[in-house]
Design a protein around this ligand. Structure first.
Ligand code: DLZ
Length: 210
């Protein structure tokens, strides 16, 4: 047994400053108590360890884990279109969402004279998908786990924006509670903390010039 065994993610070798990042958390409403603990963990790490501004963490919910990849893809695309639209506004007031059948109000577009895009017009730099899947007595669990893990990876690779796999795939509720740091014995570790740090590190890696 290693004496200084550390559960979870070791810190990166250099500080990861997230003060200019905008992060999307999409979480499920299935297993909501445990999911909420994980969401809080992710927020805590981003704000307290990486200086992400609380107003730059956007939180959306979906019914279950199966819906996570679709929501991540759609919300990411909308944020990218809004950011492009905002950049366009600075130059010539073209609204890219017009005609795309996406819910956006052009009334909140900035006038051409405004200086920098507001934080809400910055595209997301990373997405964290958070959910808890607990095995039942049928094959449902296996199908959903496979679909969700593949779907989340696909959104990240297709978009070029890191998408963190914050989905616990547990055999029972005790395992899930422990991995959210909510077990009675207090020996668990909140994986949400690691997902928050991971999102910041990957967002910075995405824009790093090597
Ligand atoms: C249906 C279902 C079941 C049985 N279990 C879970 C679960 O443990 N965790 C979770 O996030 N979602 C579950 N769902 C819902 C599915 O993810 C999905 O929302 C529905 O199949 C509708 O597409």
């Amino acid at each position: 047994m290693i004496d200084d065994f550390h559960k979870g993610l070791d810190p990166a070798s250099v500080p990861q400053d997230g003060s200019n990042l905008r992060i999307l958390i999409v979480h499920t409403r299935w297993n909501s108590v445990i999911v909420q603990g994980l969401v809080e963990g992710a927020k805590k790490a981003m704000i307290e360890q990486h200086n992400v501004k609380p107003e730059n963490i956007v939180i959306e919910s979906v019914p279950g884990a199966y819906e996570l990849p679709f929501a991540a893809k759609k919300l990411l695309e909308v944020s990218q279109i809004r950011a492009a639209e905002s950049a366009n506004d600075l130059m010539g007031n073209v609204n890219l969402l017009d005609g795309l059948n996406l819910t956006s109000s052009s009334s909140d577009a900035k006038p051409a004279s405004s200086s920098a895009p507001s934080a809400s017009k910055q595209a997301f730099d990373a997405v964290i998908c958070i959910g808890v899947l607990i095995k039942g007595s049928t094959m449902h669990f296996e199908y959903i786990c496979e679909a969700v893990s593949q779907g989340i990876m696909r959104v990240g690779l297709d978009s070029g924006v890191p998408v963190i796999f914050g989905v616990l795939t547990c055999l029972n509720e005790e395992q899930a509670l422990s991995r959210a740091g909510m077990d009675k014995a207090g020996k668990g570790h909140n994986h949400g903390l690691d997902w928050g740090s991971g999102a910041v590190e990957m967002a910075l890696l995405k824009s790093r010039s090597l």
